[in-house]
Design a protein around this ligand. Structure first.
Ligand code: XMP
Length: 511
């Protein structure tokens, strides 16, 4: 089984995954382990270098996080970033203290020593900072490599032990040459090669899944979206005989969605798809519920119940496979110090009474990487480049109570929006496009008659991973066409508005 080129020890930074991602973009296979990973587990991966991530703690505080000290004696190059830098400094006798001036955002980095770490980058460059502690003196054996206005020891290193430390975050896009610096560390200092790609990732995940699953069975729930389809395709390639793929029609799907899912799995992937029609169960439990979190909880719990009932019909089902992505984990606050924004229903583990173990092969990757993986596995471009659709479905796009008439209205409007975007080429230029039924009535005039009907909101956003988003600058003519068609063709809707909020502070979905 392939081992990692670089191991990132995670001290809780929001950006830890980005470090891995930047390196993977350079073809360097990088894995993340918790900060307190056992030395033997780290050694078992046979890494060529180690990165200590940032994190919210202070190394001098009572609640500081430390890695196994043996990490510093492995004879491997180490790069400390932000908290990781302070940890390295603290470990080698330097003083780390609260800075007089906190430093967040843009800073100018000035290279003071020509060094391979800065190969192919200018001597003066923009770096992105986010810290309130500062390293006050150089630890033993280190020399300064770069400074910033507030950090005389912004980057320092020891070429003998190959230990390097930087106060700024090279992994974020705002650090102009950050990717190059990470690449320099991996390639020139650790000696990694660009051998990794989505094909090797797929192969590695399949080997892992096969080894883990053995003769047991895996239940995989698909929603028709990209993530679960990619997981199912991955499993179908490696453990087809032990795979049970289930699609739950929860009554909250879009027009023709069920038929499309059946065609993809049965025809294209040759999977014996089990379709469970649980729409009545979902809709009856949602009756009268208007609170968004309650809706999400009900839907999440009902899903689990339906899966469990299905699993009981089979023997040896030990695993549940899910298409959880890194962004789902961050936003549901399972890792790090981030706050819960929404309870994504596919995150957070399973209730105690369920005996499944989880298989989540996409846990460490981002949406665009999942798409690459999907293509690698032979899924159609149509499916792979489908806009994301949330697990709770149309329920979180209907403000207030979810019922059959509201769902019907929303479906009709939604299909028009997607049609228009596809026929004008805008569908593939945007991250997500959907309608939200506002359940707000407004007065209109049709023919010579007064109307008092529902308003629909169009939400179309640009994003690269769903963590942040801005509204898409669609041409007015296109918006006008969509609006006219919805109002003319969907009885019960007499007003269309366009959502111009970005995320943050808004979110992509309305609930
Ligand atoms: P928000 O609304 O949080 O959405 O800005 C970010 C992205 O995640 C999708 N989303 C979900 N996906 N289960 C999912 O599988 C969920 O519960 C869920 N909630 C939001 C949303 O459509 C967007 O792409």
């Amino acid at each position: 089984m392939k081992t990692s080129d670089i191991i990132v020890l995670d001290f809780g930074s929001q950006y830890t995954q980005l470090i891995a991602r930047r390196l993977r973009e350079q073809g360097v296979y990088t894995e993340i382990l918790p900060f307190n990973a056992k030395l033997d587990d780290i050694k078992a991966k046979e890494p060529k270098g180690i990165i200590l991530s940032g994190g919210p703690a202070s190394v001098y505080a009572a609640d500081a996080y430390f890695c196994d000290e043996g990490v510093f004696s492995l004879g491997l190059p180490i790069l400390g970033i932000c908290y990781g830098m302070q940890l390295l400094a603290h470990n080698f006798g330097a003083k780390v203290a609260a800075a007089n001036k906190k430093e967040y955002g843009k800073a100018e980095l000035n290279v003071v020593k020509e060094h391979v770490l800065f190969a192919d980058t200018p001597n003066s460059q923009i770096a992105w900072m986010s810290h309130s502690d500062i390293v006050e003196n150089l630890p033993q054996g280190f020399e300064p490599l770069a400074t910033s206005e507030n950090s005389p020891f912004c980057v320092f290193g020891d070429d003998v032990r190959k230990f390097y430390a930087m106060q700024f975050h090279p992994e974020v896009q705002h650090s102009e040459f950050g990717s190059q610096i990470l690449k320099n560390f991996a390639k020139h200092i650790c000696g990694c090669e660009s051998t990794w790609n989505m094909g090797s990732f797929a192969k590695m995940q399949m080997e892992r899944i096969k080894a883990k699953v053995g003769d047991d069975k895996v239940l995989c729930a698909v929603s028709g979206g990209v993530d679960s389809s990619v997981v199912a395709a991955l499993l179908a390639h490696c453990i087809k005989d032990n795979l049970i793929v289930v699609f739950v029609d929860n009554g909250l799907l879009r027009t023709n969605e069920r038929e499309q899912v059946e065609a993809t799995f049965r025809t294209r992937l040759g999977v014996d798809l089990i379709v469970i029609d649980a729409s009545e169960m979902f809709l009856s439990r949602l009756a009268g519920v208007t609170d968004p979190e309650k809706k999400r909880k009900i839907i999440g719990e009902t899903f689990i119940e339906v899966f469990d009932a299905e699993a009981k019909k089979h023997t040896n089902v030990k695993y549940l496979a899910q298409g959880t992505l890194y962004t789902d984990i961050i936003e549901s606050s399972v890792v790090g110090a981030s706050k819960t924004i929404k309870s994504h229903h596919n995150v957070g583990g399973l209730p105690d009474w369920m005996k499944f173990e989880l298989i989540e092969p996409l846990r460490e990757i981002f949406k665009d990487e999942v798409r690459q993986l999907g293509l690698e596995l032979g899924l159609s471009r149509d499916l792979v480049f489908r806009h994301p659709f949330p697990g709770p479905g149309l329920a979180i796009r209907i403000m207030g109570e979810v019922n059959v008439p509201s769902l019907e209205l929303l479906r009709k409007a939604d299909v028009i929006l997607r049609d228009e975007l596809k026929s004008t080429g805008w569908y593939n230029k945007t991250w997500q496009a959907f309608c939200v039924l506002l359940n707000v009535n407004s007065v209109g005039v049709m023919g010579d008659n007064r109307t008092y009907e529902n308003a629909v909101c169009i939400r179309v956003v640009d994003a690269s991973d769903g963590m942040t988003a801005s509204f898409s600058r669609l041409p007015y003519d296109l918006l006008e066409n969509v609006s006219r068609r919805i109002i003319n063709e969907v009885e019960g809707i007499n007003r269309v508005v366009y959502d111009i909020s970005s995320k943050p502070p808004a979110t992509i979905e309305w609930e």
